[in-house]
Design a protein around this ligand. Structure first.
Ligand SMILES: [Zn+2]
Ligand SMILES: [Zn+2]
Length: 325
């Protein structure tokens, strides 16, 4: 396994997608089971609960059940992300080879293994997270992108579920942005230093990818955890809470998520000094009954209407967020 960096970083998004697919599938199965039970057990005196009808314990106690369980878990946690990782790695390698072919190979500029690994990890992580920062920044500033990023911000309370709250088009843009920058960062560091991707680099990045997945959930919990002064480097959950604030004073801050350095450098960082009272959501005028995404259908469809209103503003009122730009 040589070039695993960029794919590793995308494992997070893929795992999130897999979670949604599996979760949605299970929910659909559960609802269908409830419907089937209604007709199948009609008239019976002792009917089972919907839960035990859909998931009877006896089916999970056979001699093959443990293999099913562990394989499912490993597919979700390891094999799925690994496939993504390999895909990303290959694209990064190909880009490096293309640059080599056009500009000619560079001599190896660093020799010490620890220096090679730390340089690769640092450059790739910084590039990947600059991709996250820039993609997120553009998602707030470009009307088309903002239209589809709004559903993430219309949540009025943060829970672990909010970490996966993203419109499909928003997810595609975020995935594309971070993948592009990770691949470019990988190609550049390999070409400029004249080194090849180290297995240890890949392992470290893999660990980081899983840490990010955990942190993404943590950032969207209700717990106002802070890293204190370290928050200027590592983004605290409390900083992402600010990012979800509906108030004007907090608007367009803390784009970087777990890596806060780019927000610090570009002046978009906001580290709360202490406890702050504020409501979470889109804007102060789009809360409660004015929230445009209370219904699931609106959550998916309204972004298209919102964008249409942005480009054809004559007969539609736009939110203060667009007008403020
Ligand atoms: Zn945002
Ligand atoms: Zn968020």
């Amino acid at each position: 396994m040589k070039n695993v960096i960029s794919p590793l970083l995308h494992n997070i998004e893929m795992m999130k997608g897999a979670f949604i697919v599996y979760g949605g599938g299970l929910l659909f199965f559960f609802l269908l089971s409830a419907l089937h039970r209604t007709f199948a057990e009609k008239g019976q005196k002792e009917s089972s609960s919907v839960w035990s009808y859909a998931f009877p314990a006896s089916l999970f106690k056979t001699c093959t059940s443990w293999v099913d369980f562990w394989h499912f878990l490993l597919t979700f946690i390891i094999w799925g992300p690994l496939i993504t990782l390999v895909t990303g790695l290959i694209s990064g390698q190909m880009l490096a080879q293309t640059i080599n072919g056009i500009l000619g190979p560079m001599p190896q500029s660093i020799r010490a293994p620890w220096l090679i690994i730390s340089t690769q990890v640092f450059v790739i992580l910084m590039a990947r997270h600059f991709g996250v920062f820039l993609t997120h920044f553009l998602s707030h500033k470009v009307p088309f992108l903002w239209s589809f990023h709004r559903p993430h911000h219309s949540a009025e309370s943060l829970t672990f579920l909010t970490s996966a709250r993203a419109h499909p088009l928003d997810s595609i843009f975020f995935l594309g942005g971070s993948l592009l920058f990770a691949a470019v960062g990988t190609a550049l560091v390999l070409y400029v230093t004249g080194t090849s991707l180290q297995p240890t680099t890949v392992s470290i990045l893999a660990g980081w990818a899983f840490l990010l997945q955990v942190m993404n959930i943590f950032e969207h919990s209700h717990i106002p955890f802070s890293f204190g002064k370290l928050s200027y480097v590592i983004g605290s959950p409390v900083m992402h809470h600010i990012h979800h604030s509906a108030e004007l004073r907090h608007r367009d801050k803390n784009f970087g998520g777990i890596v806060a350095i780019w927000d610090w450098l570009f002046g978009t960082i906001y580290v709360p000094k202490g406890h702050e009272d504020y409501r979470q959501g889109l804007t102060e005028g789009e809360l409660g009954k004015n929230n445009p995404h209370v219904r699931l259908l609106d959550y998916y469809i309204e972004p298209f209407k919102y964008f249409w209103n942005c480009i054809v503003p004559r007969s539609h009122a736009r939110s203060d967020r667009t007008l403020a730009r």
